[in-house]
Design a protein around this ligand. Structure first.
Ligand SMILES: Cc1cc2nc3c(=O)[nH]c(=O)nc-3n(C[C@H](O)[C@H](O)[C@H](O)COP(=O)(O)O)c2cc1C
Length: 193
């Protein structure tokens, strides 16, 4: 009995938060969930609209995913972050020097089409989301950029600097997200950061 309790306590508690308009970011969220489940983590997956009341400090590892809209996280994710930051500020969690809370980690990821400047228009999105976690003392251990078709705008999915991105994220992209998740969890279990 005691052994079971110990094992359960040791289980990594993971949270996947995301928003998605046309399904790309959601597909990646599901791939991340698959990777976490392979590693035996206790996983909660929520869209940001459902997650306002959640306490991020209750989780060992939090993923936050957004589509890039005008080189920023899509509006519902910005709204989530702004509301959360206000709440943490009110609780006194935001401190000068942003001290890290031991054992609390996050990965930010975005899906993007890069029709104008490629990955450069996605980088501000992950940086924005990463700063949110850093300000509340959660160490960002990954910034993942996944190419996604610009649904409904064929020129933006075929003529941009990334070439023909129709069908992305494809099976290979999703397998990569799943494997990257597995690798990350294994490295955290070994004590990596
Ligand atoms: C209103 C709107 C604005 C967008 N702006 C950008 C952008 O500035 N840069 C970019 O790389 N992709 C942009 N995209 C493409 C999306 O980021 C991309 O297709 C993403 O994978 C969509 O994710 P989703 O299916 O989860 O909504 C935009 C898409 C929409 C609908």
């Amino acid at each position: 009995m005691e052994l079971i309790i110990f094992t359960e306590r040791k289980k990594l508690k993971a949270l996947i938060l995301y928003w998605s308009a046309t399904g790309n970011t959601e597909k990646v969220a599901f791939a991340i969930r698959k990777g976490l489940q392979t590693e035996g983590a206790d996983v909660t997956l929520l869209r940001v609209e459902e997650a306002q009341g959640i306490d991020l400090y209750e989780y060992d590892l939090v993923f936050l995913g957004a589509p890039v809209h005008q080189w920023q996280p899509a509006e519902p994710v910005v709204k989530f972050i702004k509301e959360k930051i206000d709440c943490h500020r009110g609780r006194g969690d935001i401190r000068i020097g942003a001290p890290r809370r031991p054992g609390k980690k996050a990965v930010v990821y975005c899906t993007y089409s890069g029709p104008h400047t490629g990955i450069d228009e996605a980088i501000p999105t992950c940086k924005y989301m990463g700063q949110f976690f850093a300000h509340i003392g959660i160490h960002v251990v990954g910034e993942w950029y996944i190419i996604g078709e610009f649904h409904g705008k064929e020129d933006r999915s075929t003529l941009g600097p990334l070439g023909d991105i129709r069908g992305r994220p494809n099976a290979q992209d999703l397998l990569k997200a799943e494997r990257d998740t597995i690798e990350l969890v294994q490295s955290l279990k070994r004590g990596g950061s």
